[in-house]
Design a protein around this ligand. Structure first.
Ligand code: FPP
Length: 270
């Protein structure tokens, strides 16, 4: 992944690194408008920022990186922008896959992919299959994803599973029943959420999974985002006390890193 300039190298002292970082990449359109360029030029530059960010996260030992590339609501954009985004996504997979694979990156997509062109669907599943055994960094792209969609699809899958195994459909559902059916069920919950572009919203991203995540917002537009911003976000993360409902005093007595209440039960969570 080392093909950005050396100026992008991440410079962080030893210390806690978030295991899972989730990012809303916002501001491509404004980046382009400020340069009197078409919006798609901003998305193209945004794709380069994706590359730099994956590299930076890999270098500092982040294990899971989840990027919001296309929301369920983004279909409302002009048709030519939607189509250009799909083309860019397909091209990014074609161009980057072998490099990701060489560097031990597992590639995954979450979201309802049934609306994508068959060729894009095929590219995605081939890429997922090729990289399924990689462990250095799990790169998840949320595409045609929405947090509410995620919860609804989890309920539907839970009910289908109950029907298959003969469990009453009206048996009570608790959080731990639903958790295995959510997207990212096999990943730890995000430790750090980043949104670029100056808005301070979650915008229907990982609604369930962000319950205890530290939030970090920056005015930087996504195409300008890079290793220095990753460092700044991680430095802010390190300065925070994560209590997960406990008191500061309890944490000092336990002297341990706390876990979110439900994530502790999920596979892969610490
Ligand atoms: C938000 O900026 C960005 C998007 C909706 C698309 C994100 C796409 C990329 C970063 C490029 C390709 C992605 C991959 C995974 C290779 P905006 O258009 O909403 O910006 P604005 O708020 O300034 O208009």
């Amino acid at each position: 992944m080392r093909h950005e300039s050396q100026a992008n190298v991440v410079n962080l002292d030893q210390g806690a690194v978030p295991r899972h970082v989730a990012i809303i990449m916002d501001g491509n359109g404004r980046w382009a408008r400020r340069r009197h360029l078409p919006r798609i030029a901003g998305h193209r530059k945004g794709a380069q920022a994706v590359r730099a960010t994956v590299q930076a996260c890999g270098e500092i030992g982040i294990e899971y990186l989840t990027l919001f590339a296309f929301s369920s609501e983004n279909w409302r954009r002009p048709a030519d922008e939607v189509s250009a985004l799909m083309t860019l996504f397909a091209r990014a997979i074609e161009d980057e896959l072998s490099r990701l694979h060489e560097h031990g990156v597992r590639f995954r997509v979450i979201g309802d992919r049934s609306r994508f062109e068959p060729r894009l669907q095929q590219l995605i599943s081939d890429a997922e299959q090729l990289t399924a055994g990689n462990r250095r960094l799990v790169l998840t792209i949320a595409a045609n994803y929405g947090g509410r969609w995620d919860v609804a699809q989890a309920v539907n899958r839970l009910l289908a599973e109950r029907a298959r195994s003969g469990i009453a459909l009206d048996a009570p559902v608790d959080e731990s029943d639903l958790q295995p059916f959510l997207s990212l069920a096999d990943a730890p919950e995000p430790d750090l959420f980043i949104r670029t572009g100056g808005e301070t919203r979650i915008s229907n991203f990982l609604l369930w999974q962000l319950a205890y995540t530290e939030l970090w917002f920056t005015e930087t537009l996504w195409p300008d985002f890079g290793a220095a911003d990753v460092s700044a976000a991680v430095a802010s993360f390190r300065s925070r006390e994560r209590r997960f409902g406990r008191t500061s005093e309890q944490l000092r007595v336990a002297g341990e890193v706390e876990s979110p209440p439900l994530a502790a039960q999920a596979a892969g969570a610490r």
